[in-house]
Design a protein. Structure first.
Length: 321
């Protein structure tokens, strides 16, 4: 693809533009310091002020959440996949109607394919600003977020109202719902009671992969992380592989799929016909179908990255086999 400007398809970590009012809990104490990033696709933001870096979607969305220590992302659920891997810091993930059905601590490089249809939240429990990268199923990321009823009530008490159009309005700065838009109705307790309870053992076993386990699995070939025959079995409309220094493809290759490269550790040299660049941890690179490319770590030492490709599977609920 002569003349292709790959830099327009790369979002550098240092260029990420946050939105601090992306969701309804943006004023709620404990959640009011979080930052939301939409990297590829519009994500599930509720704010018209969210910056979108690359609007073209390959069948999934890429985003990120940045939070200082002790900052909480409130309980919500999605109808398509929500996958996180920890880029920086130490994070507590928890789930259930009140967030007490289960929890686990995720460290840098760990990846979590959260089951659809259950309330989930997460908190930075490290000592420094943390960042988690996300993969959301579907071009429209499932149509948005469904909040636990108490989150909507807490938000209203602090001046934010979510319209039934999925947009947040800030009464503290004089915003109000348009005359033809009503407030979002929270889920009834009956609907909440119908959400299945999932204990920690099954979630951690079936939906969590630890970084150092993946490093071992990918010692000499890419490790299949998410997919129908992968470590975490699912069909979310995309597949995730994990690549290390020892498992990079030895020759240039092309694929008819969209491919997103997300370095975790080390500096990676990406070469294609007519160009070359270096990808660093936190960068996101959208490689188009048909482009012949090659990858190689550009320095000695630890090197790892997550690779995401679209599939023909429709985005939807977690696949149970």
């Amino acid at each position: 693809m002569p003349g292709l400007d790959m830099e327009t398809r790369i979002v550098r970590y240092g260029d990420l533009k946050p939105c601090r009012t992306a969701f309804i809990d943006a004023h709620t104490p404990g959640s009011d310091r979080k930052e939301n990033f939409t990297i590829i696709g519009a994500g599930v933001t509720e704010s018209p002020h969210q910056h979108v870096h690359i609007r073209e979607t390959p069948g999934f969305n890429i985003g990120a959440a940045g939070q200082p220590p002790k900052c909480l992302n409130s309980l919500h659920y999605h109808t398509t996949a929500e996958v996180f891997f920890v880029l920086k810091g130490r994070w507590r993930f928890f789930w259930g109607r009140w967030g007490d059905d289960g929890e686990f601590i995720a460290n840098e490089g760990d990846i979590f394919n959260i089951p659809t249809g259950i309330f989930r939240g997460f908190e930075n429990v490290g000592d420094d600003y943390g960042m988690i990268m996300s993969i959301l199923g579907g071009d429209d990321a499932g149509g948005g977020v469904t909040w636990a009823p108490q989150v909507i009530a807490d938000a209203q008490a602090h001046g934010l109202v979510l319209g039934e159009n999925g947009v947040v309005y800030d009464t503290k700065i004089g915003e109000s719902l348009p005359h033809n838009v009503g407030p979002m109705k929270p889920l009834t307790e009956e609907a909440c009671a119908a959400i299945p309870k999932v204990g920690p053992e099954g979630v951690i076993r079936d939906y969590v992969a630890r970084y150092w386990d993946l490093m071992a699995l990918a010692a000499d070939k890419p490790a299949k992380v998410i997919g129908p025959d992968a470590l975490l079995k699912d069909r979310p409309g995309f597949e995730v592989d994990f690549i290390t220094r020892g498992s990079i493809p030895t020759d240039a290759y092309a694929t008819d799929r969209h491919e997103v490269l997300m370095p975790m550790r080390g500096n990676w040299r990406l070469s294609w016909e007519g160009g070359e660049t270096v990808l660093n941890p936190g960068d996101t690179c959208a490689v188009p179908p048909g482009l012949s490319r090659s990858l190689a770590p550009s320095m000695t030492g630890e090197a790892s990255l997550y690779r995401v490709r679209n599939t023909d599977d429709p985005a939807g609920p977690t696949w149970t086999g």
